[in-house]
Design a protein around this ligand. Structure first.
Ligand code: VGL
Ligand code: ZN
Length: 201
């Protein structure tokens, strides 16, 4: 991946870099490599800013999206869904990987899938503990370009990146920082991104 230079109106979105998607019940291909690449990417930016280990790296906010399900979520097989139980609120599986956790700030953490009856792949409408959505916070911060990373390419990354693009932002997906369910699905999604005007680097 090319090093991208931060600009004042860019933000980084980290989608579902949570243990269940890395080494847990829904462990995804490429997830460990994606975490390592993301850590390197953030550290390179942090090295240039005075306040490392901070959610705002020299004016470049790091926004986390977290799948955050109740134990009886309708996306789980036992409750009629298609997925194994994952990212249950309060469990290790729902925690952000420790390699990047130091960059997470509560106000910049957006939870989704909290309602048992609704599947929610997109993080765009995820909300922080104060009830603000990612959509709202991107707008308040006057962000123009959003760099998107995370897991899984074909589900949450796809829906999040596309919603952000539809809302009028420039979207850049960092392909080394993605984990996925299926290699072909991953590749097809990257092609779809390009055809929708989402840059993949
Ligand atoms: C996701 C499956 C179920 C994702 C979330 O983050 O891509 N996938 N819940
Ligand atoms: Zn989920």
């Amino acid at each position: 991946m090319k090093r991208t230079i931060k600009t004042k109106d860019s933000a980084l979105v980290v989608t579902d870099m949570l243990y269940d998607f890395i080494d847990g019940t829904l462990a995804c291909a490429g997830a460990n490599e994606a975490v390592a690449a993301l850590k390197e990417y953030i550290e390179a930016i942090a090295a240039e800013s005075e306040n490392d280990e901070d959610a705002i790296l020299g004016g470049y906010p790091v926004l986390f999206i977290c799948d955050h399900h109740p134990a009886n979520h309708s996306s789980f097989k036992e409750f009629g869904g298609i997925w194994p139980t994952h990212c249950v609120a309060g469990t290790r599986g729902g925690e952000v990987h420790k390699a990047i956790e130091c960059y997470r700030d509560d106000v910049f953490t957006f939870y989704k899938g909290c309602d048992a009856s609704k599947e929610q792949y997109s993080g765009f409408e995820g909300v922080n503990e104060a009830g603000q959505s990612l959509e709202e916070v991107l707008s308040l911060l006057e962000i123009k370009t959003v760099y998107v990373t995370g897991i899984a390419t074909e589900y949450c990354v796809k829906n999040t990146a596309e919603d952000i693009k539809k809302a009028g932002y420039n979207v850049v997906v960092l392909k080394d920082c993605l984990g996925y369910v299926d290699a072909k699905g991953h590749e097809d999604t990257l092609k779809e991104f390009t055809s929708k005007g989402i840059e993949v680097i």
